[in-house]
Design a protein around this ligand. Sequence first.
Ligand code: SF4
Length: 384
Amino acid sequence: GQCILVCPTAALREKSHSKEVINAIKDKSKFVIAQVAPAVRASIGEEYNLPLGTNATGQLVTGLKRLGFKKVFDTNFAADLTIIEEATELISRVKNNSDLPMFTSCCPGWVKYIEQNRPHLLNHVSTCKSPHEMEGAVLKTYYAKKMGIDPKDIFVVSIMPCTVKKYESDRPELSENHLQDVDAVLTTRELVRMFKMFGIDFNDLPEDNFDNPLGESTGAAAIFGTSGGVMEAALRTAYEKLSNKELDNLDFQQVRGLQGIKSASIPINGIEINIAVVNGIGNVSPILDEIEKGESKYHFIEVMACPGGCINGGGQPIHQKPEKVKKRVQALYEIDSKMKNRKSHENESVKKLYKEFLGEPNGHIAHEILHTHYINRKNILNNN
Ligand code: SF4
């Protein structure tokens, strides 16, 4: 039967896409692709009694291949792409002093909140699609063309920590040529159930690597899964692009941790860039009030609806202790610290994507494929 999940943050009731995914895998005419969010690899091991904070990427890739996915890509590739687009957007807003502060747009729980509650502030939200939507859009355009596959035959499944991503993937504005960027979303818990259903013993799986070219990523992308991570990733790129200097210290400790609001001033090329990170939707109101009154000093604000960020999302293994969230967060910072490349603009596959297909960041094709728009949902009764 179909399973109903309840999202603790946005009070959304969502049904499982498991049946659609299984049907697509059985359908020989479909090229079924999985992509995996950063937060999933740091938590799925908890369902299999692995030590807290285990990075289970290798087994995840093998498990998904055994389920029948033709390719397994990393949503982190598109997190790097998001950062290039978002940092470019931020720099141009700062230079033109327009629509500041800019908000991040990768959390659909937050986007839905502002559409419903303060639609008059929607011009402050970055127009960047969220990473898994960007990944889907690139798969159905660039990748389809490169591989000679009809985009209609590509079925993209996102493995996400989040129940709200299901609603997001259904938004008509997140599509190319009337094809949804993402066809189905499975949460971490749903994937675990599917592994069980198919008799896949996760603990016994050998490790494998993501497929390429949409599998390469940097440390900046890994930390997207935790509160402050998108901000830190964006700062690493915005700093170097604005100043043409290399950053000495990549760790922005000011935006790490589990406080409700984190803020800092970062001097970049003679300008003090004021930033804030809102950790949990319950903390966003005062920040929005300040903007309404014209009193906000910020240039850039990250908002994640779930306290702790996606690592603690509504589709993750249920945890009873805060230590679990901390260990998951640690796992992501560890992935970042061990990476050879830790800045999104160092991702070679992303650079190639711009060269072969997209052109300039925020350019015409990038706008067409990687950006979106929002809707005033204040007076829409059925808010879906
Ligand atoms: Fe989903 Fe992450 Fe936003 Fe939570 S913080 S609603 S898991 S995108």
